[in-house]
Design a protein around this ligand. Structure first.
Ligand SMILES: NC(=O)c1ccc[n+]([C@@H]2O[C@H](COP(=O)([O-])OP(=O)(O)OC[C@H]3O[C@@H](n4cnc5c(N)ncnc54)[C@H](OP(=O)(O)O)[C@@H]3O)[C@@H](O)[C@H]2O)c1
Length: 284
């Protein structure tokens, strides 16, 4: 294993809330970080050990170029790959377009796998660790969050399989499951939703209007945690002598953990109550 001063980590989505905090935390711990951003100009922490890398996780040629660039930069081994890039696609499943649903999986699932595949040879050389950021909602899919929850459940499942596959080389695979975190992912999702709604008819929009409003109102009352708590978990995953396979992060994850263990009917009833859906008269 490389000495901590020279350990190198790749972080995708490094210009976002969690990615930025993670990049900062790793650089402060003496790691060298390849901070991968979808587009140049992302807000990556300025630090002598942080090198910005352009990488759109949905672009296979771009991923290959990024891996080649890292090698030509003299990096021969990675201590960590942090698959953090992600988006939220939301809305009633009846109305989510096939394109948007596919894009959700392209970024959150296929993108993470493609990045892992491209950088795994470097991780193997570095006896490193794979860290995938999923979400607590992977275990409890709430109404109108089907696409994001399903994508994170898929990544969770792929991570479980790969943990067993990479154990042969002693490479840990760690899942970080954050609860609600205060980043701009939600405003970006809201903007994407507004765009998607413009393609729907008033009759289609009316179908779910009351339910969506209730869920929005419930969501507005929630208190997201700071992205630094996720960064701390990533640091732990990359530095613990024996990292846990899964870290759940955030005050709201305990409730989600409890909900996940309930019988489905009970869970649905509770969720409908929390979201205010049970106050809406049923459709005839
Ligand atoms: N915030 C939460 O409550 C929460 C909860 C659970 C899990 N998570 C997960 O935590 C991770 C980080 O999210 P965040 O909250 O920090 O959101 P964020 O601030 O929006 O950061 C996400 C980052 O991913 C990047 N990204 C999006 N599409 C990409 C693509 N095709 N290629 C490369 N990068 C891409 C974004 O870049 P652009 O801005 O340029 O698109 C952004 O820098 C995500 O995987 C998210 O699902 C977040």
């Amino acid at each position: 294993m490389q000495d901590e001063q020279t350990r190198t980590v790749l972080v995708t989505g490094a210009g976002g809330g969690v990615g930025r905090a993670t990049t900062q935390a790793l650089a402060e711990r003496g790691f060298r970080v390849y901070a991968a951003v979808r587009e140049p100009g992302g807000e990556v922490p300025r630090h002598p050990d942080v090198r910005t890398l352009r990488l759109d996780v949905t672009d296979p040629a771009g991923i290959a170029d990024a891996a080649a660039l890292v090698r030509s930069d003299g990096c021969t081994a990675l201590h960590g790959i942090v698959n953090n890039a992600g988006i939220i696609v939301q809305g009633p499943l009846e109305l989510v377009s096939p394109h948007d649903l596919r894009h959700q999986f392209d970024v959150n699932v296929f993108g993470a796998v493609a990045v892992t595949q491209a950088f795994l040879p470097l991780l193997r050389t570095g006896h490193g660790r794979l860290v995938n950021i999923t979400a607590a909602t992977a275990r409890v899919a709430g109404p109108f969050f089907g696409p994001i929850s399903a994508s994170k459940a898929a990544l969770q499942s792929l991570s479980d399989a790969q943990r067993l596959e990479l154990a042969h080389w002693g490479l840990p695979v760690v899942v970080i499951e954050p609860g609600l975190i205060d980043t701009t992912i939600f405003s970006k999702a809201a903007a994407a939703t507004a765009k998607a709604k413009a393609a729907l008819s008033p009759a289609q929009l009316a179908l779910y209007e009351a339910q969506v409003d209730a869920v929005d109102a419930a969501f507005a009352k929630s208190k997201p945690a700071a992205p630094e708590i996720v960064a701390d978990a990533v640091v732990k995953a990359l530095t613990a002598r024996k990292p846990q396979p899964r870290y759940t992060v955030g005050p709201d994850t305990r409730l989600l953990g409890l909900l996940a263990r309930l019988p489905l009917r009970t869970r649905d009833r509770l969720l409908a109550g929390v979201m205010g859906l049970n106050k809406i008269p049923a459709a005839r």
